[in-house]
Ligand binder design. Structure first.
Ligand SMILES: [Zn+2]
Length: 60
């Protein structure tokens, strides 16, 4: 029943309730399987570079 979400760093499909970390970006919530992935995403974001790693926003 629970929808799985994709960890944008490693691509793993996880359940939101299993996410070790979450982050909101442009009104969307992203889920990370581990703090390591969350930290990696942060490290890959010098400014707004997360757009290059996060999936594109549909309808834009
Ligand atoms: Zn991950």
């Amino acid at each position: 029943m629970a929808d799985k979400v994709k960890d944008p760093v490693c691509g793993m499909m996880i359940r939101p309730e299993d996410a070790a970390a979450t982050e909101e970006h442009e009104g969307r919530t992203f889920y990370f399987c581990s703090h390591g992935c969350h930290n990696r995403r942060a490290a890959l974001t010098p400014r707004d570079g997360c757009r290059s790693i996060l999936p594109p926003v549909p309808g834009r």
